[in-house]
Ligand binder design. Structure first.
Ligand SMILES: [Mn+2]
Length: 262
């Protein structure tokens, strides 16, 4: 039986330039199956176009915390959130808000569970550095996963910081971020390879891919659109440093070129 290859992407965050580059890289490998782990909108300027591209190219998508913030009907708490919400057509907002929180996939005898942040909900965050209790929690079925059995492989996004950790409970994979990577400015995604109807003896592979894109083109588009909170976004795209750390590191748009890479 032929091996299936499935690309898993996450955290596009309105960065259309990076999204197009990653989708082009996936297509160039002959991979047609793409699953999106959420946070398509917010932080970056072109959420509506990224949502349309997701609907066209992804066979399934799970809901992220930013879909709840931006596509939901709750209170917003910043002018930037109002801007991102206003940028989304009502039909796209509805589609994003109604996405499932968890999806299961069978590959080479393994149950692969896909969530945005954790099997608890879209908001319960598990960082790259975490304890054994949190690691085990990622594999357990919950009401949010619709029950089911414990997963063998859990794939998630949310932290914008790709990693793989194996343990007794299974293999935990973070795919990183397409549009707002925070370990390095270069977007990442993951390719899973296996047999859809295969048993545990069938081959199973996990590959991390980094895809460079035209960062300055994305920044130019962002500035032209007049998005709020642009400085934090621009610095994140150039440096891969989270906005909460910019001040301590002396990062600002006024800083000289050579201070962009601390
Ligand atoms: Mn995110």
């Amino acid at each position: 039986m032929a091996l299936e290859r499935i690309a898993l992407i996450s955290d596009v965050h309105g960065n259309l330039t990076a999204y197009r580059a990653v989708l082009a890289d996936i297509a160039s490998r002959g991979i047609t199956r793409v699953i999106n782990l959420g946070d398509i909108v917010g932080k970056g300027p072109r959420g509506a176009e990224c949502t349309a591209l997701t609907r066209a190219r992804c066979e399934a998508t799970v809901r992220g915390n930013w879909e709840v913030f931006i596509a939901g009907h709750g209170e917003t708490w910043s002018p930037a959130q109002d801007w991102w919400r206003a940028e989304l057509p009502a039909a796209e907002r509805e589609w994003l808000f109604c996405l499932p929180g968890s999806l299961d996939l069978h590959l080479s005898g393994r149950l692969v569970r896909m969530v945005h942040a954790s099997p608890v909900d879209e908001f319960t965050r598990v960082h790259r550095e975490h304890g054994q209790e949190q690691f085990a929690m990622m594999f357990a079925p919950t009401p949010f996963t619709g029950g089911g059995r414990a997963a063998d492989v859990v794939v998630y996004g949310d932290i914008h910081d790709p990693f793989l950790r194996s343990g007794r409970e299974g293999t935990l994979v973070n795919v990183g971020s397409v549009g707002n990577q925070l370990d390095d400015p270069t977007p990442s995604y993951v390719i899973l390879e296996g047999e859809a109807d295969g048993g545990a003896e069938a081959p199973f592979g996990i590959q991390f891919v980094r895809v460079a894109y035209d960062v300055e083109a994305e920044i130019e588009a962002t500035l032209a659109l007049g998005m709020p909170e642009t400085e934090a976004y621009v610095l994140e795209l150039r440096t891969g440093v989270y906005r909460g750390d910019h001040a301590a590191l002396g990062l600002s748009l006024a800083a000289p070129e050579d201070s962009r890479h601390p």
